[in-house]
Design a protein around this ligand. Structure first.
Ligand SMILES: CC(C)(COP(=O)(O)OP(=O)(O)OC[C@H]1O[C@@H](n2cnc3c(N)ncnc32)[C@H](O)[C@@H]1OP(=O)(O)O)[C@@H](O)C(=O)NCCC(=O)NCCS
Length: 203
């Protein structure tokens, strides 16, 4: 907790479920250490500067798109984080261009099996595609589709303010963002995960 800012510690204190709080704190510490390593500074030199599309930014803001400042100035690093089942993935683009944002998402297949997931999360075309898959394939496909949607919406900076059932997970995003499915085994994750990275650029 030593390197976390006041707003981060306050958000942690508000999380009453122990594993949720532990995962939150671990993710924030990992992201700060990751950013400090890339910027070649001490983690304590960074001040969290999260940006929420609704609430804005400032030292009291504890949520939204992640970022840091150094000595009061933007650190020049655009970041993304995702946690799932005690694991986290981090991504960064080292740039002073605020719009060039990575979006990363990690999803466990157990998170996409609840009744109603398809209606809430998938487009009509995606729901049709499910009819061609076996139940096992369908679960993996749902997790992959959800990871791709969230990665894309994080890169765009909106998160789930955009209805995910309007976002085609496997189509070319069309706004200069490239969606990449990550190999979770190569990343050292246990079975059952899907992960995706969205980055501005060309494939
Ligand atoms: C962002 C969102 C997609 C996260 O999805 P999730 O599966 O619950 O969680 P993940 O672990 O994958 O990602 C969490 C991280 O996403 C990042 N994030 C949050 N909002 C983001 C945004 N608008 N754009 C990009 N990244 C964002 C943060 O780094 C967050 O980490 P934190 O918990 O340390 O703050 C989802 O929470 C969302 O869109 N929420 C929007 C509504 C909202 O935040 N309302 C409350 C405030 S007004």
């Amino acid at each position: 907790m030593a390197f976390l800012d006041q707003a981060e510690r306050a958000r942690a204190a508000g999380l009453k479920d122990d594993p949720t709080r532990r995962d939150f704190v671990a993710g924030r510490i990992a992201l700060r250490a990751f950013a400090a390593g890339i910027l070649a500074v001490h983690p304590g030199e960074l001040t969290a500067a999260y940006v929420c599309p609704d609430c804005g930014t400032g030292p009291e803001n504890d949520h939204g798109r992640p970022g840091y400042r150094i000595a009061g100035l933007p650190a020049g690093l655009n970041l993304s984080l995702s946690r799932s089942h005690g694991w986290a993935l981090l991504a960064a683009v080292h740039t002073r261009e605020p719009g060039v944002r990575p979006g990363i998402d990690l999803e466990h297949s157990s998170g996409v099996t609840f009744p109603g997931f398809d209606v809430v999360a998938l487009t009509p075309a995606e729901r049709e595609r499910l009819n061609t898959l076996t139940p096992d394939q369908a679960t993996r496909w749902r997790a992959a589709a959800w990871a791709r949607k969230e990665a894309l919406l994080k890169s765009r900076g909106t998160g789930l303010r955009v209805d995910p059932a309007t976002v085609e997970a496997f189509a070319e995003p069309g706004d200069g963002i490239v969606l990449i499915e990550l190999d979770t085994f190569a990343l050292g994750l246990p079975a059952g995960f899907a992960a995706a990275l969205a980055v501005p650029g060309t494939a």
